[in-house]
Write a protein that binds this ligand. Structure first.
Ligand SMILES: Nc1ncnc2c1ncn2[C@@H]1O[C@H](COP(=O)(O)OP(=O)(O)OP(=O)(O)O)[C@@H](O)[C@H]1O
Length: 581
């Protein structure tokens, strides 16, 4: 455990490095503020003694002026410290947020399948917010508090050893207590963050599925789940909070005892004439002031517990590794790419094989149509081809090269995929077509959309390419969304394209537009089409029929069509499109 804690601290310091200049400035300002805090009670003590001895009014005015200047300066420094502290917190935690998001975007689909988007938001932002105050203030305030304590106690030892002894004992007890129980709330704070992430996950999931929720009268059920999730957050939150405030409450009790003891001693020394009234005030004031740094340390211990649970979760996330490891080969043959599956097997979970020993080859420039019943493994085949998952056995080659040996960017540059579930992003039509790539000009975009037959559609929009689209894609039909996605892929000029056709019924006009677009797109590349319509299969060179993850049939389309015993010929004869689904 000790080494783990050490590790999490070193990991944190890398984020503080870029702001170390500002941290140093913070520390200097805090030290000045500490000195000013120590000086002011001395001025007041001198003021009391001067007044008690019937001193000069001018001396009293001078002391009052000095007090005012010191107090105002201290306040100004406090404001500046808080400004710089916030700045440091944002700068360092934004870098961490960026690293977490980048890391998550590179994690494999097995990881993402287990996490809801709401949970990811909590992990990338919520956990980090918990760390931010720690980043900003922890180190400087802990150092500042210790300096203030040392200043007060050091001075008191010069004045009266017994009183200083009582104050030191109290201080050490309070600090010792906090050190001993500083980890008390860490696990419960971590649990609190987990339940909160689950709550956000639930809200996001249900809002994303609002159509289904409303259409199925699912609202009471959703509310029930929501209340249960909120109850968990409340219970874990209350427990975490209680465990965090115990150290603080304990020091309050200790402090009351210390003030009583010091005051009794001080009054005794004053009554026996050993100290002046001003000194009695100073002793009282310094004892009161001990509370501030100790309370500050207590607050920081609380913050530390909160931050530590966030740090543990963030570090856990950053140390999770993607199962998809990039290869180091970059070069693929020019032009269309051949595709080869050799004895490929794949499963999501060990107890359920999804693809079984698939072997087939598609030559460069050919088109392959994949058919099979629902759940036969068609989409899974396209996912392993794009390396969204690693296969469990066999080799997949593109252009003769094992895809695991290829650099991932090289693979994605040459291979495109259009899924049924097209994602729109909040932005203009242009942004959505180019995927925010500023290098693609409007001419390129319009030329491509023109070739795909989308010109009339774009011209009909009020602002053309500048039309704003909202995320989610509710404004597009399935066919339009596919045309859209085809444009995106087309703009990247891929050498191998995997296309999952929409299975929903398209109107005749959109269907022919889609067909034209596909033909146009596939002219210069190899195509793998998960076919949902017999019409599409007329355009392909080869057909692969999947059944329960096995190849039921693979061959040249024309040969299969002319063989009355083939599945494909039977499909053609009966025209049963549902077999393709
Ligand atoms: N992310 C996943 N995790 C676990 N199992 C999955 C996952 N995705 C699919 N499966 C399972 O793998 C099998 C093949 O699914 P796949 O989506 O590849 O079939 P499909 O032929 O594309 O079906 P459809 O035509 O309905 O899209 C199914 O039994 C499915 O339940």
């Amino acid at each position: 455990m000790a080494t783990k804690e050490k590790l999490s601290m070193t990991w944190l310091f890398t984020y503080l490095k870029p702001v170390r200049g500002k941290l140093a400035l913070l520390l200097v300002m805090l030290l000045i503020s500490t000195a000013l805090q120590l000086i002011n009670p001395q001025i007041v003590a001198r003021f009391i003694d001067t007044a008690a001895e019937d001193g000069l009014v001018s001396s009293l005015l001078l002391l009052a002026g000095a007090f005012l200047i010191v107090a105002v300066s201290n306040q100004l420094i406090t404001v500046a410290v808080s400004y710089i502290g916030n700045d440091v917190a944002w700068r360092s935690t934004n870098k961490l947020r960026g690293d977490l998001l980048r890391h998550c975007l590179k994690l494999d689909m097995r990881f993402h399948n287990l996490k809801t988007p709401g949970e990811m938001i909590e992990r990338v932002d919520g956990d980090v917010t918990g760390i931010s105050n720690f980043f900003a203030m922890f180190i400087v305030q802990v150092i500042g508090s210790f300096v203030l304590l040392a200043g007060i106690l050091g001075y008191m030892f010069n004045v009266n050893v017994l009183i200083a002894g009582v104050m030191t004992l109290f201080t050490l007890l309070a600090i010792l207590f906090m050190v001993i129980i500083r980890n008390l709330g860490v696990q419960s704070s971590k649990k609190e963050r987990e339940t909160s992430a689950a709550l956000f996950g639930l809200i996001e999931e249900r809002i994303a599925g609002i159509e289904d929720v409303q259409a199925n009268g699912h609202v009471p059920y959703v509310m029930n789940r929501f209340y249960r999730a909120m109850r968990s957050v409340a219970i874990t939150g209350r427990r975490a909070w209680m465990l965090r405030i115990i150290p603080w409450n304990t020091t309050v009790v200790l402090f009351a005892l210390a003030v009583t003891a010091v005051l009794m001693l001080g009054v005794h020394y004053y009554l026996t004439g050993k100290i002046s009234l001003g000194m009695l005030f100073l002793i009282y004031q310094y004892t009161q002031m001990l509370n501030d740094p100790i309370e500050m340390l207590g607050d920081q211990v609380q913050e530390f517990q909160k931050a530590k649970s966030g740090m543990l979760r963030s570090r856990e996330l950053l140390s999770s590794r993607s199962e998809i490891v990039s290869g180091d080969q970059e070069l693929l043959p020019e032009g269309a790419l051949s595709l080869e599956f050799e004895a490929v097997s794949f499963h999501y979970s060990e107890d359920k094989p999804v693809l079984n020993n698939l072997t087939f080859r598609v030559e460069a420039g050919e088109r392959l149509g994949i058919i099979g019943r629902t759940g036969s493994g068609k989409s899974s085949l396209s996912r392993v081809l794009l390396r969204l998952y690693n296969i469990n056995q066999g080799v997949i080659r593109i252009g003769g090269i094992d895809i695991t040996k290829l650099k991932l960017p090289a693979l994605y540059q040459r291979v495109g995929m259009v899924t049924q579930d097209v994602q729109l992003f909040d932005g203009t039509l242009r942004d959505n077509l180019t995927l925010f790539n500023p290098d693609l000009t409007d001419e390129q975009v319009l030329e491509t959309t023109g070739r795909l037959g989308l010109s009339t559609w774009i011209e009909a929009l009020p602002n053309g390419l500048d039309t704003h689209l909202s995320s989610g894609g509710s404004s597009l039909s399935a066919g339009e969304a596919q045309l859209f996605a085809l444009t995106r892929v087309f703009l990247t000029e891929p050498s191998l394209v995997v296309l999952d056709e929409p299975s929903s019924r398209l109107d005749a006009a959109t269907e022919s537009m889609l067909q034209l677009a596909v033909d146009s797109l596939m002219k210069h590349c190899t195509g793998v089409i998960i076919a949902h319509r017999l019409a599409t299969l007329e355009q392909v060179d080869k057909i692969l029929m999947l059944g329960d993850g096995h190849i039921l049939e693979f061959g040249d389309r024309e040969e299969l069509a002319s063989n009355p015993d083939s599945h494909y010929a039977k499909l053609l004869a009966t025209g049963r499109e549902e077999e393709l689904a």
